[in-house]
Design a protein around this ligand. Sequence first.
Ligand code: HEC
Ligand code: HEC
Length: 420
Amino acid sequence: MKNRIFFLIFMMGFLYPNYFGSMNVQNNHVETEMPGDVNNDGIVDVLDLVQIVNFILDQGSLEVESAGDFNNDGIIDILDIVSIVSCIMGSGPCESVNILEIPQYVTDYHGEMLIPEDNPLSEAGIELGRFLFYDKKLSDDGTQSCASCHLQENGFTDPNQFSEGITGELGGRNAMHIINAAWFSSFFWDGRAESLEAQALGPVVNPVELNTTWSAVEDRVAADPMYPPMFEEVFGSTLIDSTRITKAIAQFERTLISFNSKYDDFFYGDFTGFNESEESGFDIYFSEVGDCIHCHQGPILNDNEFRNNGLDSELTDLGLGEITGDPLDFGKFKVPTLRNIEFTAPYMHDGRFETLDEVVEHYNSGVHEDSPNLDPEMENAAAGLNLTEEQKTDLVNFLKTFSDTTFLSNPAFADPFEEE
Ligand code: HEC
Ligand code: HEC
């Protein structure tokens, strides 16, 4: 209990005074309204501004509760006015800067989603990206799409240790889950791509993945009568190229957000959700007993760093070191988010562990002290955590509080071809 209160106070250091007044956003969905359009007449104009100013001055009522909350931060204030004025003057976007509902504790801790300036989210863009993510035209023989290795029910990862590409050949790494990836500053286990846009270029031409060429994909997509009007709506013309395809896919991937778990209730100040075992697991996770928090932290449960958690004494995969060539990076891998970890087995870059029990046993007694560049935060683990059987079970039970079944079944993330 003590740890939990400390943790909450720690988190609140990041929060604004209106924390408890902020809205309780539990469902991740795309807003359909233009947030600045308070009177709902289809345009954002001076009339909306008047309503908002009145609202702020005398706390009058707004028709649509959050319609004046242009920047989606949970309060209607001067910042919204600034955004709406720039929309009316034509110097800023009229669609909300952020059309996804992101709980405030997330942005307070991890900052805003990383969205490249030249690829703002739009509803049409997200929808196009969803089709492309599920479209088998992206593979050489039309048998695979991104979703073949990134399955929604598994938190957008592959339940197989190594994914089978279209030639039947196996890659050497476990597929990664795609959850809250909008906050990641690098991609792949070794960080070789710096944005979701850049990441999506890779699988199409990778021989053990979709094994085709971009020009072939561009031609196949352009030949489907469904697509040119969609590209026009998103990008202003029917041109279809790899840049636009990867931009749309990245937009869809940014919407794959998961903040609807027991763990999240805790951020809303609800201590009652955890049972006794989960509570004990919480204390292990956040204290020096288990010490998981140093790397898997905050609402996203990662720290955007590369670290070696001591899997091997002799490295067979250099991870980050393979990309940078720096011996000090040998054996470092991206710290993965633990969101929905219950459903994303197998675990680690090579999928060596099938269960969370095995993972916990690794941290408890299996850390290789002599692993090159073993992370300093692993010091305790190197000596062994000496958890009792009960503590191990508690820790695993706590890891399952990161589960968000609404994410795994959210129809907005599902295969759009099956809807038709
Ligand atoms: C044949 C299986 C396969 C296919 C098809 C595939 N991926 Fe992956 N994906 C993987 C594997 C394996 C990794 C990890 C590879 C590595 O780190 O070297 C990965 C990593 C990723 C990551 C990095 C996540 C992170 O946290 O860094 C993203 C994002 C991703 N894939 C998106 C896509 C998209 C978009 C497509 C379609 C254009 C796609 N994948 C197609 C297997 C696949
Ligand atoms: C020094 C940083 C660090 C600490 C401390 C740490 N981890 Fe990790 N964790 C990592 C890294 C890095 C990986 C990926 C390693 C790899 O695949 O090579 C990882 C992987 C995992 C995975 C597998 C994720 C996946 O998608 O495959 C789980 C589960 C996990 N850690 C849980 C824990 C738990 C529980 C604790 C506390 C007992 C903990 N971690 C402590 C850095 C850390």
